[in-house]
Design a protein around this ligand. Sequence first.
Ligand code: FAD
Length: 303
Amino acid sequence: MISQLRPSRFMPAGHNRIATSFEFFPPKDEAMEKTLWESVERLAPMQPNFVSVTYGAGGSTRERTHATVKRILQETSLTPAAHLTCVDATREEIDAIVHQYHDAGVRHIVALRGDPVSGAGARYQPSPGGYENAADLVRGIKRAHPDFEVSVSAYPERHPDSPTLDADIDMLKAKVDAGATRAITQFFFENDLYFRYLDRVRARGIDIPIVPGLLPVQNFKAATNFAARAGASVPAWLAERFAGLDDDPATRKLIAAAVTAEQAIDLLDRGVTSFHFYTMNRADLVYAICHLLGLRPAVQQAA
Ligand code: FAD
């Protein structure tokens, strides 16, 4: 709704009570590396609480995740959070990675079970000698270094492996009991899903922040495939907004920014002040959305 875009409805421009975090994935080649660092540089003045770097399926990006996190620490003033999964590794191997991060000065891990090596959808089997699940991993990280801040995942629409939403929330509770202090949600497009989930999580006695994960949809077809694997629903109205734009990337981009900005502003209007953005290593949409939320780059504030 247009009226929701008026600053007085949410936060005056330049107000900094909003907390953001930006998620990146480790680059595969030089061109992707260049795009990533341009995006990091562009978004850094928005002063996110932290930037997180994903861990490829089956540990496939172990070295690249580590290198990216290390470079963020060494070359920027940003606080990195390293994603880590239990997949295809023994406890000793995971513990060695945790110690390496700690030695490098990293103090925040996003702890995940991860998907089976054969891909999401296959039945998950813990790796022999490995951590059983995300709660077990959180416990291992906190045991190794109690000063690690540990974030975990949350699924407003239920994780596809979980028989019920309640079973999923039980897993979230186990992760919190093991020491997690923040959950970041899978992306969703209907804010009511998030608020209904939040009610159930709070009713279960879980009081950590449940930070909404927002995905600006750059490519509708790819996002639909991704959503199907992740168990996130794609509403008909969203498909309608992107209909007929397959060959029109410029308009798609404008629509994508508008859709996510509308979603974020509605969340803000309803009391949410922390946002996690799945950047897909692209800064422009996320930058525009943050600007609409009232955030301004640090240099501009100082001037
Ligand atoms: P959990 O929270 O441990 O479990 C999810 C649900 O599945 C729970 O309800 C649990 O009860 C159920 N479940 C778990 N194990 C079983 C089982 N054996 N049988 C039946 N049910 C079971 N993936 C990556 O590979 N790398 C990343 O960097 C990454 N980052 C992510 C960041 C966020 C914010 C989110 C939301 C997801 C991310 N993922 C990542 C995806 C994640 O690894 C997958 O969704 C994975 O399938 C589940 O891991 P989890 O830690 O979310 O699972």
